[in-house]
Design a protein around this ligand. Structure first.
Ligand SMILES: [Zn+2]
Length: 345
């Protein structure tokens, strides 16, 4: 059923990809001719047979690559987004992103960290969310601004390290550390880490780092209507439940515990209306997530210290064929440089 739904998209991307690939070829040929020192005799036109053979070879090579490399190697090796309209495809931990847009690495109220990872790409709805959230969070916390961690890779998909999700361009990590009052260097952005808000035994807040501003920060994110979930460490969720218990706190239902998330929040947006093949996450349960049962589960030894057990077989890597079929088209599509952030064009 899924394959049937994506077929029109695959076709349209393929058609646009074909058209752009053809026009790219013409531009290249013109540039080469202009740069030549003296007119050269016209090259012998390739016979239809030769070019067919060449494209068959290229196709064979591509197919081999796609069958032997894991999806994270394939998507992690691409530096630029695909051409075409932005579309989120598949599920947050099993999907990709067509027409990704780059989030500028510095703004008035934000700076992007870990630039060497090239994961500041997203669906336009995520870029708009961050542009809106940065000044709102700055006002709510009194900070200079926010530090933004990973969004997605240029074409989404699984990434070589960390993160099972962040694949469809709708997830972003935002640090619990305020932005400093100066522009960080590229090197600083790769080396500075946010302090943990949770104690070393993972059972209490770290009183040296936790501040009331962190509540305002999380609340501001959860109150945005396009936000589907905000993931935080269970200790932090428990504290939010305690502080907010006596007042209306509808927003708290969206804030859910997840492993780690002691130094950043993970914000996940709902599927955008322009992405029919984006698979929605089941809605949050109707409660506020503050029941003793749920919190105790997340703070139990079973969850905090999962037994390592006997070494089993390593998990099978996710392959391109495990992703929605449209992700193959996204991976193979020509690159689009016009979606680069203004500071890089
Ligand atoms: Zn995350």
């Amino acid at each position: 059923m899924f394959a049937r739904i994506v077929t029109p998209f695959v076709l349209s991307v393929a058609i646009v990809a074909g058209a752009l690939a053809a026009s790219g070829g013409v531009t290249l040929a013109k540039t080469k001719a202009a740069a030549a020192p003296a007119p050269l005799p016209p090259p012998k036109p390739a016979s239809a047979g030769e070019s067919k053979e060449q494209s068959q070879d290229e196709q064979k090579e591509q197919t081999e690559k796609e069958e032997t490399l894991s999806a994270k190697q394939l998507f992690g090796g691409v530096q630029l987004p695909s051409i075409g309209k932005a579309v989120s495809i598949g599920y947050y931990p099993r999907g990709c992103l067509a027409g990704g847009v780059e989030f500028p690495v510095s703004g008035e109220n934000w700076q992007v960290m870990r630039l060497s990872r090239n994961r500041n790409w997203g669906h336009p709805s995520l870029i708009h969310f961050l542009e809106k959230f940065a000044p709102l969070a700055t006002k709510a916390t009194g900070w200079n601004g926010i530090l933004v961690g990973d969004l997605a890779q240029p074409r989404g998909g699984p990434s070589p390290s960390d993160h099972a999700s962040h694949q469809t361009g709708l997830d972003v990590d935002i640090w619990f550390m305020p932005m400093p009052d100066r522009v960080l260097s590229k090197e600083e952005r790769d080396t500075i880490s946010a302090p943990s808000l949770v104690s070393d035994d993972w059972k209490h807040l770290n009183s040296k780092t936790w501040t009331p501003q962190h509540i305002a920060f999380i609340k501001t994110a959860a109150q945005q209507p396009e936000v589907e979930r905000v993931l935080v460490n269970a200790v932090i969720k428990k504290e939010l439940c305690r502080v907010e218990a006596k007042q209306p706190h509808d927003w708290l239902a969206k804030v859910r515990p997840w492993y780690k998330h002691h130094d950043h929040i993970h914000v996940r947006l709902k599927c955008p209306a322009d992405s029919p093949n984006c698979r929605a996450q089941p809605p949050v349960p109707g409660d506020d997530g503050c029941s003793a049962k749920e919190l105790n589960h997340w703070l139990s030894d079973k969850v905090l210290r999962p037994s390592i057990g006997a070494p089993g077989k390593p998990a099978k890597p996710m392959m391109l064929s495990d992703l929605p079929p449209a992700c193959k088209t996204v991976l193979e599509a020509p690159a689009n440089k016009t979606n680069l952030a203004n500071d890089k064009r």
